[in-house]
Structures are given as C-alpha cells and as structure tokens.
Ligand binder design. Sequence first.
Ligand SMILES: Nc1ncnc2c1ncn2[C@@H]1O[C@H](COP(=O)(O)OP(=O)(O)OP(=O)(O)O)[C@@H](O)[C@H]1O
Length: 608
Amino acid sequence: MEEKDKEYSILQNFGYCIKATIQNYPKLLVLCVSLIVINAAIPVITAFLPKVVIDEIVNQKPLEHLMFATGLFLGTIIIMTSLQKYIDRLIYWHKYKMNTYFLKMVTNKSLRTDYCNQEDEHFRNLQSESFASCNGNFSYYARIYDTSVGFMANLLGFVTFFYVLIRLNIIIVFFLVISTLASYFMNKRIIKWEKVNNEEKISYTQKLQYITKVSGEIKAAKDIRLYNMIAWLNSVYRVNMEGVNSWYKKYASKIFKVSICDCSFSLVREGVTYFYLLYLVLQGTLTVADFVLYFNVIVGFSAWLNSLLGQVNTINRLNVSINRFRTFVEYPEKYCRNSGEKIHDFLKPRTIELKNVSYQYSGEDSKVIDDLSLTINPGQHLAVVGLNGAGKTTLVKLICGLIDPTEGQVLYDGKDLKVLDRDEVYKAFGVVFQQYSILPVTIAEIVAENIRENVNVDRVKKCLEQAGLMEKINSLKYGLDTKYDKTMWEDGIDLSGGEKQKLLLARALYKNSPIVILDEPTAALDPISEQNMYELYNGVMDSKSSIFISHRLASTRFCSHIILLENGKIIECGTHDELLSLHGKYYELFETQAKHYREKKVDEYEHS
Ligand SMILES: Nc1ncnc2c1ncn2[C@@H]1O[C@H](COP(=O)(O)OP(=O)(O)OP(=O)(O)O)[C@@H](O)[C@H]1O
C-alpha cells in the first residue's frame, strides 16, 4: 500500500532542521542568528540617519556634533554591511555542508532500503525529489536557511517600523497594510498562473532535456546514426522550443500587467502618505526631520510586509518539500535487518521451499506468480524455462528474498524468510541478473565487490579463469587493475556483452555462496564460452544449489530438474527427457528450436 505523505507542521519541520543543524554545524545557526540581527538593523539605522542629521542642522548643533553623529551612523552601517557580506559568504559554504549531510541521508536510505521499496513507484518519486531537494546551493534545503533568515529579519524590521508608525496614526498603518495586501494578492495571481500552467512548461523542458541528454550519449549514438534520427530529433527539439518560448511570452505578458498594477498601487500608497505627512508638517504637528523619518519608515514598512508575505509562501512550499523528504527518509522498512534470526554456517546449501506463493506488483491488476509451490533441495540444479513475461525473474527475486510474496510463504530450511535476517539471507545467494549494474572501478574490485586492499587476488584470478575471462584480462595493460568504463576513466575499458556476463559470473563465483542463480547467462555467450559454462556446472557448482534460467532449452539438459512456467504457474516439471516424453508444451518449445537447427543443418549440407 502506498505510504501517505507526512504532514508535519511548519514548526515541527523548522525544529527538525534546527536540530539537525545543531547536531552537525551549530556554527551555521550562530551565523544565521547574527545575520538576522544585522539584516534587520541596517534598514532601521538607515531610516533614522536622515532624521538625526536634519535634527542636528535644524537645532543648529555644533558642526563637530553633527559630524560625530553622522560618522557614528555611517560607520555603524559600513561595519554592519561588511559583516553582512562576510557572514553571507560563511553561510554559503556552511549551507553546502548541511546539504551534504541531508544528501548523505538520502543516499543511505536509497542504498539500505528494502528492495521492494525500490520497486515502488511512489518511493522512487520521493527518492528523486529528495535528492533534488538537497542537491546544490539553490536546493530546498539550502533555501531553508536563507528563507528563515529573511523571514526573521523581516519580522523584526516589521515590528520595529510598526511600533514607530503606530505612534503617528493607526489609520495610516491600516491603509498601508491593506494596500500592500492588495499588491501582494495581485502578485500571487502570477504564482497561481505559473502553478496551473507549470505542467505544460515541464512537458516541454523535459523533452528538451531528454533530447540534449540523448544527443551526447554513447548508448544512443549508434541508433541516431543508423536510423537517421537527427531530423526527427531536431523537429522534436524545434516543436518543444517553440512551445517553451510561447509559454515564457505569456508569462512575461502576465508579469508586465501585474507590474503596472503594482506600480499604480505603490504610487497611490506613497502619494497618499506623502500628502498626509506634508499636511502634518504644514499644520506644524510634524518636524521636517520627522517627516523624512516617517516617509522612510512608510516605504520600508510596505517592503517588510511584502517580503514577509512572500516568505510565508516560500515557507509553505519548503514545508511541503521537507514533508516529502521526511516521508522518504522515514519510509517504513518491512524486512528484518539486523533484528532477524541469524543463519549459522551460511555456506551450507539449504532447502528452499515456496508454499502457495503468489505475487502481484503494486499498481498491477494481475498476479505475476500465481499460487506456485516448489521445493529446491540442497545441491539441486534447477532450470526454469518459459516464454517472455512468464514470471521467471520475479520467481528468482522471491527466492532470494528481494521481494516478499503477496500470498504464501518462502521457507529457508523450514523457516519463513520473513523471520530471518535479510542481509544474512542475501549472503547465501550469488546471482547474475539479466539487468545488472557494474560500478566504474577496477576489474579486481568488481569481482571481489570490495576495495582493492581487501581483494584476494588469487581468488579473483581463479574465478575469472573459471568464468573464461582471464585471458582477456591478462591481455590488458593494467590487468586486474584495469578500470572499467571508458566514459568515467580516460584509460578505462569497455567490455562486450558476453564479456560483461563472464565478469558477473566471476563475481558470483567469488562470493562463494551456496546457491547460484543465473538468469539467461548464456544469452550473450559464444558457443565455446557456453560449453565452458556447462563444464563449470559439472565442476565448481556441483556441490551448490543452482537455478538456471534460459530460453535455450537444450542448455537446460544438464539440470537435474526443470520447471516450465506459464502465467506464473508451473505447468510442467521433470527432467529434460521426462518433459520431452510428455509431448506437452516443453516438447513443443524444444521442437520449435530444434527444428530450426535441423533445417539449418540440411540447408548447409545441400549448399555445400
Ligand atoms: N517492477 C515491475 N512492476 C510491474 N510489473 C513488472 C515489474 N517487473 C516485471 N513486471 C511484469 O511481470 C511480468 C513477469 O516479468 P518477469 O521479468 O518475471 O518475466 P520473465 O519470465 O523473466 O521474462 P523474460 O523471459 O522476458 O525475461 C511481466 O509481464 C512484466 O511486465
């Protein structure tokens, strides 16, 4: 079931960020508080400076007095502004450190979460949003500090100016608040328009980004050239560029209209207050110095209020983002990790039993595995065959405990996988999947899945030998220390599909687990390598349990037991000969492949 988004309040999330900052970089918090005081103080001092100067002149104070007062004010402003810039700079890179802290949280969650979460689309969306929310100095998490500093400084400034103005006239304060609110809501219409039309902009920019990315990708380079995709890509680029341009044209026109209204509001606001202040001066109730002070305060008051309202909006948006982030990092884990029962002597093959297991992917309508029961005895070599989409890979994921059945049980020596320590269970399996990932590190590190210092070189060599890749590695200048992936390393290498499969086989052998699972291991292998693989089965793998998935039915012959899957059910099982003698589906599939070879042979013979 989809995990609902957390709904922590703004204060709770604010507390969460403060706590994380105190725990990691308390200096950042001190810097933020200092900046709040400075940011609030500078405009207040600036507003009061002209009043002091005018008062000194009007009251004909000695020149030294005037110079001292002005110097003091200006000096304070200069020191504060310099301090402001300096603290700004310090905050900039401390913020980056906090980003790294949050980024580490996201990475750790992504790496350690139960595999089933990674198959959950909601989780994956939260994951990519969370990565984005703390990546870079303009990310949501970086903006929390800027926004909080801005908000608190604005609040301080607002309260100070409010206190000054209330002594002048409450109606003027009311008028200012109303006119600023009107201006604010006018601006909010742009934000609303942007929000409503954002999907349209994103749909253009996503396509543009995709085309930019694909144009430089080595994976796509062959298809682009062989299928003459340049004209097509160009036309898609042009259409979306036109779309995004027209979007920004509409946006600019909205902004222009709102700016005109905004200016009119400002003119009215400042005009009315200006005339009111002038009236008070003419009446003799306001000195010229106070006139200047109040005028500055009135302009500043609207600016504080406007910024405050804008920051409330930003804080609301940040709160949504932090809630999404916290939903991600607090996403429930279902498997027993560290807490489950330990497996003693995990090098020993065990009995694996699937009892009435069904599996349905979340969001899908039908079961991929349907009420399936199966026992794999220690040392048994099982072959799983079936058409595309029959559920073979899903079955493997269930057996290794990467996913849990939606119904039924997977038992490991009679114990439900759910009660066992999942990380211990994983130690029992050496798996080569059809879809794999190879890290851009050295060959030795890939095989040993460990850093270079911890690699057992002799064992790596032996496994590469068994997988049939040692000759190739020996031919490389740096041998086992050759780095994989040309795109990452200038002196790195790329491997062919079959070589990659051999490398992954070597990795599975190095792990020395009691159960080896190979999903389509011969698909990219040449006939000699394929033969080598079967010999491997008769040798190294003989004492291990194994599951072998293949579409080449002849290759399953060396397995002691074969199951044929269809729509997530076992429809036939037995040895190769038993299944052939049944004259059922297996026989039909085998004959279809065998016929092709027989015809090819006759054909070749006739043409020789
Ligand atoms: N993560 C997923 N979410 C939703 N459906 C999935 C997911 N993975 C696989 N499926 C669906 O489950 C079905 C079985 O997939 P599976 O990969 O187990 O088949 P397979 O027998 O290994 O196929 P192939 O021979 O093509 O490798 C397919 O119809 C596939 O579309």
